[in-house]
Ligand binder design. Structure first.
Ligand code: ZN
Length: 135
């Protein structure tokens, strides 16, 4: 069964605004929430800094990741997703993304600035698309 991630319109807008503000570099964020039977509900968007400041890659510092995980735990939530943007390409995982998806097996949400499109993926035995439901 296909997995689903639920985002509110305002959460989506926060991510899209962040992506536009960080362009031409990639932007990134963590999503906190809960998972039940393959449905991930986003409760909090945690914007992060791309320390690489690169148009084709993103790196979240270990310090910020640690703070993010602590914040999620404090609020009784899990890190359910990683968001990043592709300023110049489609909203599909790059080969680098695929490598990091094996290390971080959460939902990966990618926003394409050029197509104004948001897609979500999860790595199961292969990269599988996750449907995004906007509330
Ligand atoms: Zn990417």
């Amino acid at each position: 069964m296909q997995k689903t991630i639920i985002l509110s319109q305002s959460q989506k807008q926060i991510l899209v605004d962040h992506a536009k503000k960080c362009a031409p570099a990639e932007s990134c964020a963590l999503l906190f929430g809960k998972e039940e039977s393959g449905t991930f509900t986003t409760h909090q968007v945690y914007l992060t800094k791309n320390i690489e400041n690169s148009p084709v890659n993103f790196v979240i510092s270990n310090e910020e990741l640690l703070l993010g995980y602590q914040e999620a735990e404090k609020n009784g939530l899990e890190v359910i997703g990683i968001f990043h943007s592709h300023p110049h390409s489609e909203a599909i995982p790059s080969s680098t993304d695929k490598k990091f998806m094996t290390i971080n097996p959460v939902v990966w949400i990618i926003y394409s600035n050029i197509h104004d499109k948001l897609n979500a993926f999860v790595l199961e035995s292969e990269i599988t698309s996750v449907s995004i439901r906007l509330l």
